[in-house]
Design a protein around this ligand. Structure first.
Ligand code: DX5
Ligand code: ZN
Length: 219
């Protein structure tokens, strides 16, 4: 069992060669595959949906870590679960009843995640802490890969780490946005246990295998 998880985000993969890209990161030691679902409402960008999750499910055995940047995510949980998601992570900003939504995700047999945007007060995650299998802290404003890491997110991770430890929670504490060889060690030090990276893996100058290796070196 791994103590740390590396979850490459296919948002920066070459979709003309998606199968190859996923096979490469799987062979290089990726633990999960992160799928960024965006609806053009909650975030400005539009990306992928259940069809791509189902495609990924056919081409890899790795767990699919599905990040739902969509409004009213409860409408689509079952569809994504049926498409083969292993974990479904919903934004607290989109869930008036976050505990109920996390329970719904668990009832579908998926790992239940709750995520916080950079500007959302850390206190907003409090009700989710006991129910969630994963807490995700955004270290960029969600919408695009390749953005600059927000250093103030390090203290947010430390604060949530303390809260999880106080509750003796074994939930994963995941971070997403601008994670690279500079920022991963800082987030790990702050208490993160799962790391999403798009650019640092798929746009690594020596290719995704080197990208995975450079990040895994810190585990
Ligand atoms: C941002 C997405 C991230 C993104 C990360 O909205 O949730 O998963 O793909 O990209 P990098 O690692 O390039 O910041
Ligand atoms: Zn993401």
């Amino acid at each position: 069992m791994n103590n740390y998880i590396l979850s490459p985000s296919i948002l920066s993969a070459d979709f003309a060669r998606l199968g190859e890209e996923i096979a490469t990161v799987e062979a290089a030691g990726a633990d999960w595959i992160h799928v960024d679902v965006m609806d053009g409402h909650f975030v400005p960008n539009i990306t992928m949906g259940p069809f791509i999750v189902a495609t990924c499910r056919r081409i890899t055995k790795l767990p699919l870590d599905v990040h739902l940047m969509i409004e009213q995510p409860e409408r689509y949980l079952e569809t994504f679960a049926k498409a083969g998601a292993s974990g479904l992570t919903v934004h607290v900003e989109t869930c008036p009843d976050i505990v109920g939504t996390l329970k719904q995700i668990k009832s579908l047999g998926c790992r239940a995640g709750a995520v916080l945007n950079p500007e959302t007060p850390v206190g907003a995650i409090q009700p989710a802490l006991m129910e969630a299998d994963l807490i995700l802290v955004m270290s960029v404003h969600p919408g695009y890969s390749g953005q600059r890491f927000m250093p103030e997110s390090i203290a947010r991770v430390s604060e949530i780490r303390k809260k999880l430890d106080a509750l003796r929670s074994s939930a994963w504490l995941e971070v997403d946005g601008g994670i690279d060889t500079e920022t991963l060690p800082k987030m790990k030090e702050a208490g993160a246990t799962a790391f999403v990276a798009a650019t640092a893996v798929f746009k690594h100058p020596e290719g995704p295998t080197a990208g995975i290796r450079s990040l895994r070196a810190y585990f």
